[in-house]
Write a new protein. Structure first.
Length: 335
């Protein structure tokens, strides 16, 4: 009887090993799927979650609408619509004269290649240290719209951050990048205006006038080789939404207690009003107790440098986590 049992086991060994191998493959695939939540391959182009972003954004943003243009333009913003209620950065009240001159030499349209998309799949690339050695570059470049921030470099970091740039949001103090080498030829350079001096700087640069040197917390570049046809002026409406709806900041703050959204959170807000799918990468700061961890993937500065800023990064982290919980955005790196 034992001999017969041994023979039966020997005959079944191949089947048992086959079943075991199949089980191990299924376990591996399950683990791989778990990991791929953070480093996904671009989803099938035939599927598009049309309407999902609008539906979920309405749960988070009061009076959510996509009726406001992304960029300021002479005709629609000043000559037809109601004048702005707020001063910069939440409106243009008091800065109309210089802004009109600036809008006369810049553009406001979106490239036809983006306008004609049936589904706009967007990724907002933050500047965080989490992108270093992430090998996310190839994945980032698969999106239809890649939004980058400030002076974050691309050249030399392509493996981690990709090489495609559809829009780059910046303000004068963060314009220390070469517009032609760190962007694609068709990249939109989107000015985020925080104060009237920002309009004056941009006008002086594009018209080659006497440079504005005062009124900045950091000296902006005096020479900036940008094509005016690629420059856009962001509608302050999106700064207002970011501050009032996501961070619950008052539009009028005491001079000594001023807080403003970061360009990163602003870029996510913009994407939520423009895209059919929104993913983010490279967002999040080190723990406040970690004084030595660098905050950017490209330079050696720490969280200490944020101490004097007008940004509340903890408050913004809560807002982004809420978006993640709602499934409004998806994170490609850990947060």
């Amino acid at each position: 009887m034992p001999l017969l049992l041994i023979k039966m086991i020997n005959k079944s060994r191949g089947k048992i090993l086959g079943v075991l191998a199949l089980f191990l493959v299924m376990v591996w695939y399950s683990i791989y799927r778990e990991d791929s939540f953070y480093f996904p391959v671009q989803e099938n182009k035939t599927t598009c979650p049309l309407g999902e972003v609008e539906k979920k954004a309405a749960q988070l943003i009061g009076n959510y609408t996509r009726d406001h243009p992304l960029f300021l333009q002479l005709k629609d913003y000043f000559w037809v619509k109601t004048p702005s209620l707020y001063e910069l950065p939440y409106g243009t009240k008091g800065s109309e004269d210089v802004l009109l001159r600036l809008l006369s030499i810049t553009h406001y349209s979106l490239p036809e290649s983006i306008q004609s998309l049936k589904c706009r799949r967007c990724v907002v690339v933050g500047n965080g240290h989490r992108l270093r050695n992430s090998s996310m570059g190839e994945t980032i470049d698969t999106y239809d719209v890649v939004i980058r921030l400030n002076n974050a470099p691309v050249h030399g970091y392509e493996q981690d951050v990709g090489s495609k740039t559809t829009m780059r949001l910046f303000y004068p103090e963060s314009a220390h990048f070469n517009p032609r080498t760190e962007n694609n030829a068709d990249t939109l350079l989107v000015l985020v205006p925080f104060k009237p001096m920002d309009f004056q700087w941009m006008e002086a640069i594009l018209n080659d006038k006497k440079r504005v040197r005062k009124g900045f917390w950091k000296q902006p570049p005096l020479i900036w080789d940008a094509n005016p046809e690629r420059v856009r002026i962001l509608n302050p409406y999106y700064m207002e939404v970011t501050a009032a709806k996501l961070l619950n900041l008052p539009m009028k703050q005491p001079r000594k207690v001023k807080q403003k959204p970061t360009t990163g959170l602003l870029a996510i807000t913009l994407a939520l009003h423009f895209c059919d799918l929104v993913h983010i990468a490279g967002f999040g700061y080190p723990d406040s107790a970690n004084k030595k961890q660098t905050i950017h993937y490209y330079e050696q500065i720490t969280l200490k440098s944020m101490a004097a800023s007008e940004h509340n990064v903890s408050h913004e982290a809560v807002a982004i986590k809420r978006m993640l919980e709602l499934g409004l955005v998806r994170n490609l790196t850990y947060f």
